[in-house]
Structures are given as C-alpha cells and as structure tokens.
Design a protein around this ligand. Structure first.
Ligand code: PRP
Ligand code: URA
Length: 209
C-alpha cells in the first residue's frame, strides 16, 4: 500500500491558508501554488540517490556529490497540475516534463483523457505527477495508468489538497505510488468538490470562472 505524507512545514501551511482564501486573486493564487509546489518538491526529493564527484575548488580538490543517473520527470495533469510545474522545474532544471490532459466530466465525474506526451526515456525516470486537487481520485488513477502504460515505473503523486475518499481510491488502484499532500481535508460535497478545499483549482489559476 502506498504511503501518504502530509507536509506540516510552517511555510507550506502558511501559504496554503492564502491559497484556500476565496479573496486571494489569480495572480497571488498562481504564485502561491508555485511556491508551495517548490517547497513540497524539496521534501519529496530527499531520497534521490547521489554519486560522488571531484571538483577543483580555487584552493584544492573537493570530493562532492551530484544527483546520480537519470534525472526526474514531472507530469502535470492538465490543466490545474500545470500550476505546480514551474515551482518544481525552477528547483530541478534538469527535470523533463510530460503532460497528461484530462478533464472531469461534470455529470459523470469520469476522467476523460485528451492528451498524453511523455519523455522518451520514461522507463528510466522517477516521475512526480502533479495536480492541486485529489477529489474522487478518478483523474489521478487515469493519469497514473496512462503513464505506467508508457513505461513509467517509479511514480509519486503530489497534490495540494486531498479528500480521504480520493486517497483511498488511488491507494487501491496504484498501491506502489506514494502520495504527498499539503493537507488532507474533511471529504467531498454533493458535487464532489473537496470540503473545505480551495474551490476549482483550474478556474482560480487561470481566471476562467
Ligand atoms: C480538477 C483537478 C483534478 C480533478 C480532481 O480538474 O485539477 O484534475 O478535478 O478531481 P477527481 O479527483 O474527482 O478526478 P478538472 O477536471 O476540473 O480540469 P481542469 O484541471 O482542466 O480545471
Ligand atoms: N477539482 C477542483 O478543482 N476542486 C475540487 O474541489 C474538486 C475537483
């Protein structure tokens, strides 16, 4: 069973409060989502393997460390997952970026796939799949299936806010995937929105409401 980590770092929790606040406008919302994504990526990448290298400093030779082997891949689930991408890529510029395009049918809530593009060497990379919202879990399950089908083996799911129902659905479908959150909320309302949540993440990021 995949583990669930909720980051209680004060900076993450502080910024998440403003993200949730309905009076936060698009510009600030977008900046805050990126900042939280970067802080979460810093924690998530704690276990990536290092290799020893030697560099010449102006004074002598130093034994140092760099990230070993293939670098990371980031896969935002379109649209809202894109809002977390820049924060991660600013921190890890060598990361390659794939995209999975999904939308949640408003009537059936089924996740409908409309676009997938991943780096060619997917089987060799560790992927962080990003989406601010993990509600019913339908979108995350389909996105992870889709990238597994294309060879990805090592996948982490990073979301800002989740409902316990969605977490359970992802854990059932993908027991090999650990889930990283800024908050675990109370649950879902009758429209399958996360409560208290932060509203429609895509609309708030892109001002489309
Ligand atoms: C939202 C959100 C997730 C999904 C979560 O996307 O960004 O992808 O819903 O819901 P689920 O866990 O019940 O599947 P939406 O379908 O609104 O598309 P958007 O990102 O294009 O706004
Ligand atoms: N998608 C969102 O953007 N927000 C929710 O609360 C649930 C799904």
């Amino acid at each position: 069973m995949g583990k669930v980590y909720v980051f209680d770092h004060p900076l993450i929790q502080h910024k998440l409060t403003f993200i949730r606040d309905k009076s936060t406008g698009t510009k600030d919302f977008r900046e805050l989502v990126d900042e939280v994504a970067a802080l979460m990526a810093f924690e998530i990448t704690r276990d990536i393997p290092l290799q020893e290298v030697e560099v010449e400093t102006p004074v002598s030779t130093a034994k140092c460390q760099t990230i070993a082997g293939k670098k990371l891949g980031v896969v935002p689930i379109l649209r809202a997952g894109l809002g977390m991408m820049d924060g991660i890529v600013d921190l890890i510029p060598a990361a390659k970026v794939g995209h999975v395009g999904l939308y949640r049918d408003p009537d059936t809530l089924e996740a409908i796939e409309y676009y997938v593009k991943l780096p060619k060497d997917s089987h060799e990379r560790e992927f962080i799949v990003t989406d601010p919202m993990l509600a019913t879990g339908g979108s995350a399950v389909v996105a992870i299936e889709s990238i597994k089908k294309r060879g990805a083996k090592n996948i982490k799911l990073m979301c800002l806010v989740a409902a316990p129902e969605g977490v359970e659905v992802v854990q059932e479908a993908h027991p090999d995937v650990d889930i990283f959150l800024a908050a675990m909320d109370e649950g879902l309302n009758e429209k399958s929105y996360i409560v208290p949540g932060l509203g429609d993440a895509g609309d708030r990021l892109y001002g489309t409401k």
